[in-house]
Design a protein around this ligand. Structure first.
Ligand SMILES: Cc1cc2nc3c(=O)[nH]c(=O)nc-3n(C[C@H](O)[C@H](O)[C@H](O)COP(=O)(O)OP(=O)(O)OC[C@H]3O[C@@H](n4cnc5c(N)ncnc54)[C@H](O)[C@@H]3O)c2cc1C
Length: 303
């Protein structure tokens, strides 16, 4: 059964020019650099290939998922019996400009989109600098720092649950704090943004200011998943402040450590396991609940 799945995936990838790798180390596809292995990762070249591979896997009863850069997903330590799609090739990495509009494939890295847009003298995305995301992952999670990805969004193209390429207008998506109504059944293959004309030098300055502010506060050069918890609603303290006030900074479990720079970040300081990170998360939740009667909610996804 598994050999047949491997054979057919190989045939589909050969036909379209995509790539498939079996028994793949999960630490290679997430920014925390933890996790065991997965049955396969599939890197399609275009949406026709994505549809053919997805349709086949669904009919074979094989579970599938999609990730961008894995900067918001904690992978399991064991074996994941799944095929993960990673949109890091071909059409999914395309960027195209039309006046003040920019079109980006779902697998485009935000830093590339921001740099290319500013070079064109287009502003609107600079405040997302320092977020190690793809366009697809950023839209699904409504990523934001000084700017928010949904702010300049016009529309997206997805592959829906019926294997059709469908356009979804921004007005038909509900965006909230680190979430959207897009759900798990649709794969974002591209997005279009409305930017505004600006001076290239001003855009570059905004990028630099925003990045230097972010790097002063956050451990951007470490292995992390960004903020672990959402900020509690209507509370005078952020999640990071509550964790720090609870005396949890530098707390360790194995090689996982609560960042000294920003208490809402857990750093993999060596060869941490995902289970070490989960233990720290539980520890933090317990302590913050005991000290402040606040129930912290994870911002990250645990697979
Ligand atoms: C150092 C650091 C700093 C960060 N700073 C910020 C910040 O300032 N603001 C912020 O909001 N976040 C921040 N994050 C968190 C993270 O980068 C964001 O949540 C980001 O949007 C995740 O993007 P990704 O492409 O890596 O998605 P992933 O983590 O790979 O996936 C996230 C979710 O999106 C789904 N997904 C991914 N791609 C697609 C697609 N094409 N179609 C459908 N579903 C898809 C996945 O299945 C998963 O459910 C930070 C993370 C790190 C490591």
């Amino acid at each position: 059964m598994k050999d047949n799945i491997k054979k057919t995936l190989k045939e589909i990838s050969d036909k379209f020019g995509g790539k498939v790798e079996f028994e793949y180390q999960l630490s290679r596809c997430n920014t925390m650099k933890t996790g065991g292995s997965v049955f396969a990762v599939y890197m399609p070249q275009n949406f026709e290939e994505m549809i053919e591979a997805k349709r086949f896997l669904d009919s074979a009863g094989m579970k599938t998922g999609v990730i961008g850069r894995g900067s918001n997903v904690l992978m399991p330590d064991g074996y994941l019996d799944k095929v993960i799609f990673i949109l890091n090739r071909g059409d999914f990495r395309e960027i195209a400009f039309d006046g003040t509009k920019v079109f980006a494939g779902g697998g485009v890295w935000l830093e590339e989109l921001i740099a290319r847009s500013s070079k064109q003298g287009l502003s609107g995305l600079e405040g997302l600098v320092g977020i190690p995301a793809t366009v697809g992952g950023a839209v699904i999670t409504n990523a934001g720092y000084k700017d928010i990805i949904s702010g300049n969004l016009i529309k997206i193209n997805v592959i829906d649950e019926f294997y059709k390429k469908v356009e979804i207008d921004k007005k038909d998506i509900i965006f909230g704090y680190h979430c959207s109504s897009l759900g798990k059944d649709r794969i974002i293959i591209s997005a279009e943004f409305q930017l505004t004309r600006c001076n290239e030098i001003d855009a570059k300055k905004k990028i630099e200011t925003c990045f230097s502010e972010k790097i002063k506060k956050q451990p951007l050069n470490e292995k992390t998943l960004g903020c672990i918890f959402k900020n509690p609603e209507a509370h005078k303290f952020s999640a990071g402040e509550l964790i720090e006030l609870a005396g949890m900074k530098n707390k360790k479990c194995g090689d996982a450590i609560i960042s000294n720079k920003h208490a809402n970040f857990i750093v993999n300081a060596g060869s941490a396991r995902s289970s070490d990170i989960v233990s720290l998360i539980e520890d933090v939740k317990g302590r913050v609940k005991k000290e402040f009667a606040v129930e912290l909610e994870p911002e990250i996804e645990i697979w």
